[in-house]
Design a protein around this ligand. Structure first.
Ligand code: SAM
Ligand code: SF4
Length: 335
C-alpha cells in the first residue's frame, strides 16, 4: 500500500465510524435451513462471483481505513473452494491492523478446516445450531446431520477455537429446545446467541408462523437460569447476560422487538463485491466494478459514496402476507 493513500476512518452520514466488515464469501450452502433459504435456490453464476484476490483487496482497503474486525460468512463460507487463501491473507493483519478475524459457519466442514483456521489467526467461531435433536435438526436444515456438526465443533475446540452457538428461535419448531441448548452450552463452555427470525428473502413458508419474540423467551429463561445483565456493548446488535456461576454468556439479537441501529458500526460485502451498508435496505455499491474500472482510487471513492447512503436504521417488521423487508436472502450478505 503506498503512503499517499488516505488512512482516514470511514464515518457515515450519522457520525457512526465503521469498524466492522462482514464478508459473504459465497451465497451457496450445503444446507437449506427453512427460515433462511427456499428448498430450490438459484445461486449466482460463477462468472458473477468476485475472485478471492478481489475480495482481499477490498477488505484490505477497509482495514487500512480503520476496520478492526472482519467476519467471514455466507452462504456457507467453508464450501467455497480455496477459502483458506482468503483466511490466510486476512489473518496476516490480526494483531496489528485487525483486532479479530472470525467466521460464521454451519459447522458441517469444520473437522477438515478447524486447524487451518486457527493457524491463520482465527480464535473464535460462531457455529449455527438450531437444535440438538437429530430429527428436528434434519427437518429445520432439510437434510443436515447434527452428529457431523457436533463433531466439527469438537474439532474446533481441539484446535483451540472458542465457539459461540447461534440459534434462531422458531415458534413451534425449536422453542422447547432453548433451555436444553443453554444447558448444553454451559456444560460445553460455549456462549449462546439467540436470534429472532428476520424477513429477508422469499422462503417456502410464512415467517409469521415461526416468529418467536425473544422478550417471551427471556422471561422463560429467567425462571430457569440466574441471568445477570452484562453491560459489555460491542457496538453490535446483541444484548448480553451472564449465566451466573458459569463461564457462559447469553446474547439476544432482537431486530424486531428491539432496534439496535444507533451504535451500528458495520457494513457488508457480498460475494459479488457489492457493499450493503444496512442488512435491512437495498442500497448497495458495486465495489468490485469500481476496482476493476478505476483501481484503488475508484474503490475508495465508491466506499465513501456508499457510506453517505447508510440509513439511520433498518425498518424490519414481520406481518402475515407481507413481502420480505428486502428480496435478498441472509446468505447474500452473510447475516
Ligand atoms: N451458513 C453459515 C451459518 O449458518 O452459520 C453462515 C451464514 S448464515 C446466513 C449466518 C447466520 O444467519 C446463521 O446464524 C443463521 O442462522 C442466520 N440466519 C439466516 N437467515 C436468517 C433469518 N432470516 N433470520 C435470522 N437469522 C437468519
Ligand atoms: Fe446455509 Fe447458514 Fe442459511 Fe442454514 S443459515 S441455509 S447453513 S447459509
Amino acid at each position: 500500500m503506498t503512503e499517499n493513500r488516505t488512512h482516514a476512518p470511514l464515518v457515515d452520514g450519522f457520525g457512526r465510524t465503521i469498524r466492522y466488515l462482514r464478508i459473504s464469501v459465497t451465497d451457496r450452502c450445503d444446507l437449506r435451513c427453512r427460515y433462511c433459504m427456499a428448498e430450490e435456490m438459484t445461486f449466482l453464476p460463477r462468472a458473477k462471483i468476485a475472485t478471492l484476490e478481489e475480495l482481499a483487496v477490498i477488505a484490505e482497503r477497509f482495514i487500512a481505513r480503520g476496520v478492526r474486525k472482519v467476519r467471514l460468512s455466507g452462504g456457507e463460507p467453508l464450501v467455497r473452494r480455496d477459502v483458506q487463501q482468503l483466511v490466510q491473507r486476512l489473518g496476516r493483519h490480526v494483531g496489528t491492523a485487525l483486532d479479530e478475524l472470525t467466521m460464521t459457519t454451519n459447522g458441517t466442514r469444520l473437522r477438515e478446516h478447524a486447524a487451518a483456521l486457527y493457524d491463520a489467526g482465527i480464535r473464535r467461531l460462531n457455529v449455527s445450531v438450531d437444535t440438538l435433536d437429530a430429527d428436528r435438526f434434519r427437518f429445520i436444515t432439510r437434510h443436515g446431520d447434527i452428529a457431523q456438526v457436533l463433531d466439527g465443533i469438537a474439532a474446533a475446540r481441539d484446535a483451540g477455537l472458542a465457539v459461540k452457538i447461534n440459534m434462531v428461535a422458531l415458534k413451534g419448531l425449536n422453542e422447547d429446545d432453548i433451555p436444553a441448548m443453554l444447558d448444553w452450552c454451559i456444560a460445553q463452555e460455549h456462549d449462546l446467541t439467540l436470534i429472532e427470525t428476520m424477513p429477508l428473502g422469499a422462503i417456502d413458508e410464512d415467517r409469521t408462523d415461526r416468529f418467536l419474540p425473544l422478550t417471551a423467551v427471556k422471561d422463560r429463561l429467567d425462571t430457569l437460569f440466574p441471568l445477570v445483565r452484562d453491560a459489555d456493548g460491542t457496538g453490535g446488535p446483541a444484548r448480553y447476560w451472564r449465566v451466573d456461576g458459569t463461564g457462559t454468556r447469553l446474547g439476544l439479537i432482537s431486530p424486531l422487538t428491539a432496534n439496535f441501529c444507533d451504535g451500528c458500526n458495520r457494513v457488508r460485502l457480498t460475494t459479488e463485491g457489492r457493499l450493503y451498508t444496512c442488512l435491512g435496505h437495498d442500497d448497495q455499491r458495486d465495489l468490485r466494478g469500481a476496482l476493476r474500472d478505476g483501481g484503488v482510487a475508484a474503490l475508495d471513492a465508491a466506499i465513501e459514496d456508499a457510506l453517505t447512503t447508510k440509513p439511520r436504521r433498518h425498518d424490519f417488521r414481520i406481518a402475515r402476507d407481507a413481502a420480505p423487508a428486502v428480496a435478498r436472502h441472509m446468505s447474500v450478505t452473510g447475516g
